[in-house]
Design a protein around this ligand. Structure first.
Ligand SMILES: [Cu+2]
Length: 242
């Protein structure tokens, strides 16, 4: 009786595994990251279906064609329908995933004319955030984790540069990372959809104090943002000046 239950539970547990593991990726805090998250999920389900199909066929053929005597089972050669099936189906799947990727990329790499521009400069070993319109800046340093304060639901255009070596701008909850490369400006738009403080870090080894290259993104309401701009208050941390 126990064996039977275990046998029944095994396929159910296998089926439950992909959604459980998918829970490992946190839901993103930006509109762009949510598009990435949806694309991840579609890839995960496509992979789960392909895995299920292939694994079932392997198990089935191992059992069905196990050795019973010295006779070879019937050999199949040049079966047009079979060959067409395993050529066309993967091709269609690749096309489908290609379209899913392009659509997600278009969302992630979009332009936003109404964006608030923040010039972000990575340097050994911290970050400088300069707000283009107001000239306000926040600079980090040893023992001082800087904070980029941004309004919720407004596109933020980040112009990412490096003052010395290659660094990388990464806020895990955005599911997005971009390198800061000397001599190049990398531009991208992030629209944060929830308020809160989210940690970020440099993810490109850039020298002795690489591990100190932390920063926070604090997403606040429009009114709190305006207040922060004019007074430097609203609980801002990090060294800030104008
Ligand atoms: Cu770095």
């Amino acid at each position: 009786m126990k064996v039977k239950t275990a046998r029944r539970a095994a396929p159910a547990a296998l089926l439950a595994l992909p959604p459980l593991l998918a829970g490992c990726a946190p839901e993103s805090i930006t509109a762009e990251g949510q598009a990435i998250y949806r694309a991840y999920n579609i890839f995960m389900w496509a992979a789960a279906v392909v895995f299920g199909l292939v694994a079932s066929l392997v198990v089935w053929s191992v059992i069905r064609y196990r050795r019973r005597d010295d006779e070879l089972p019937r050999q199949v050669e040049g079966h047009n329908l079979l060959e067409l099936t395993w050529t066309v189906l993967p091709f269609l799947l690749v096309i489908f995933l290609f379209v899913v990727t392009i659509r997600a990329q278009n969302t992630v790499l979009h332009n936003a004319p109404d964006a608030l521009t923040v010039n972000v400069t990575a340097f050994q070993w911290s970050w400088r955030f300069v707000y283009e319109d107001s000239g306000r800046q926040v600079v980090g340093g040893p023992g001082n984790v800087p904070e980029m304060v941004v309004p919720v639901n407004q596109p933020i255009l980040i112009k990412l540069r490096s003052a010395d070596v290659v660094h990388a701008f990464y806020v895990p909850r955005t599911l997005f990372k971009r390198q800061a490369i000397p001599g190049t400006t990398n531009e991208f738009v992030l629209r944060f959809t929830q308020t809160g403080t989210f940690p970020g870090q440099c993810t490109q080894f850039c020298g002795l104090a690489h591990s100190d290259m932390l920063f926070n993104v604090r997403v606040v309401s429009q009114s709190s943002y305006q207040q922060w701009l004019s007074t430097g208050q609203a609980g801002a941390s990090g060294s800030a000046g104008t």
